[in-house]
Design a protein around this ligand. Sequence first.
Ligand code: MYA
Length: 421
Amino acid sequence: MAAVPKPGAPIDDKKHTFWETQPVPQVTASTEIREQLKKHVLTAKDFTGAPLETKTVAEIPTEPYPVASVLEWFNLDINNPKEVDMLYTLLLENYVEDDDSLFRFEYSRAFLKWALTPPGYYKDWHVGVRKKETKEIVAFISGVPTNIKVGEKTIKLCEINFLCVSKRLRDKRLAPILIKEVTRRVNLCDIWQAIYTAGRDIPTPISAPRYFHRSLNPEKLIDIGFSRLPDNFTRFDKPMEAFKRSIALEAANRVTLRKMTEEDLPAVMELLKKQLHNSSAVSPDFDMEELKHWMITNPKDQIVFAYVKEDPKSKMVTDFVSFYHVSSQVLQNPRHNTLKAAYCYYYANTTVDLVKLFNEALHLAKDLGFDVFNALNIMENEKFIEPLRFGPGDGYLRYYLFNWKLTTIQCAPEHIGVVML
Ligand code: MYA
C-alpha cells in the first residue's frame, strides 16, 4: 500500500467528485493548529468539535435513490443463513485485498452475523444491491448503531463497514449510490453522524494509524509472502531455524489469565471506561448489553477471545485483554489457503504492564493456532508494539467521521480509542 501522508499533511490532489459534495472536512489541520497542540498534553475536551450540517428527518427523501434499471435494492436478512451465505460469498470473492493481490479478507459467516447484529441493530441498514433478474447480490454496505464518545460528547452514530462492489461492476460510481442510500436510511432514524475506516485516502481522515504485525508462525508467513526472512539471517547455516529462535515468545514472566465470562462484564466495563475515555478523540461508550455482545461470543464460532486477570485473594478483575479473528485467503500459494490472523481488540490494565499483558495474549493466540497478531498503533499500543517485536506493515488504516469536524480536525493515532472490525 502506498505511503500515507502524515495526519495534517495536505491530502492528495485528486478530485473527489463525490466526497466533495458530502458533509466531511475538506481540509486538514493547519500547521499552526498542529504546533499549538504539540505544546500541551491533549485530553478529550481538546477534540470534541461539532457537526458540519444540521438537518431534520422531514428533509430526508422517503424513497430509495435510483439504481441502474437492471438492479434493485434489497435488505439483506442477516438471520437467514442463505442470505448470510450470499454476503459471505460476495465478500470472499470481492472484498479488500492487499496491493499485490496476495491476500483477501475472509470474514466468516459467524463473524458477519455477529458484526451486523449488535443490540438495537436496524435491519434496513444492511443494504444490498442485486440483479433484478437472477437475484444475485452484486454490492453491499452495512451500518450498525453505536454510541461513540467524540471528545467529551457522546453521540449516537452509525458504524459503516463491509462496503463492497462486485469486481465486475467496479468504477461505475455504484459506491457513492450505496453510501448515499445508507446515509438516507440512517438519517431517517434521526442519526446524523457515522464512523468508518478505509485503506484509501479520501477527504478527510481524522487519523491514519499504521498496522504492525507480530509473527507467530514465521515459516508460514515467509512461505506465503506475508513477511520476509531478514537479510542478516541468510549468513546462518539454518536461517529459518535461527530466525524462529530469535523471535520466540518470551517464556518468562507469564501472567495467569482466565477466559472472560458474563459475570466479569461490570468490572471490565469500569476498567475499559477508565482506560479509554480521558485522552481519546473517539472511543466507544458501550452499555452493558453492547459490551456483552462484543466480548462474549460462542467459543465454537472462533470470533472474539477475551481474557481477564483476577486478583487471587480478592477475586477482583484487575486487567483485561481481547483479540478477534479474521482470516485472509492466501491467493497465490500452492501450500496454504488461509492466513489465520488475530487482531488486537479492547484491553485495560491496572496491575500488569501492557508488555506483559500482550506477551500473554501472544502466547494465547499462538496456542489457538493464529499465524500472526496484528495491531494498529492506536490507543496505548505503542507501549507494547516495539518491545514485543511487532514489525511495521505496509498498510495504514484511515479513520473517518461523517458530518463531524473535530476541533483539531485531526488527531494522532494514540488518540483513537475505537477498534473497527
Ligand atoms: S472500507 C472497505 C471498502 N471495501 C473494499 O475496499 C472492498 C474492495 N473494493 C470495492 O468493493 C470497491 O472498490 C469499492 C468502491 C466499493 C470500495 N470508502 O463505485 P465507484 C469512493 C469511501 O466508481 P468502486 C468500508 O467498508 C471513491 O473515492 N469511499 O468505485 C468503509 C470515489 O469517490 P470520489 C470510497 O471502486 C466504507 C467513488 O467511491 C471507498 O467501483 C465507508 C468511486 O466510486 C471507500 N472504501 O467501488 C463508506 N472506495 O470520486 C463511507 C472508493 O469522491 C461511509 N470510494 O473520490 C460514509 C458514511 C455513511 C453513513 C452516514 C450516516 C449519517
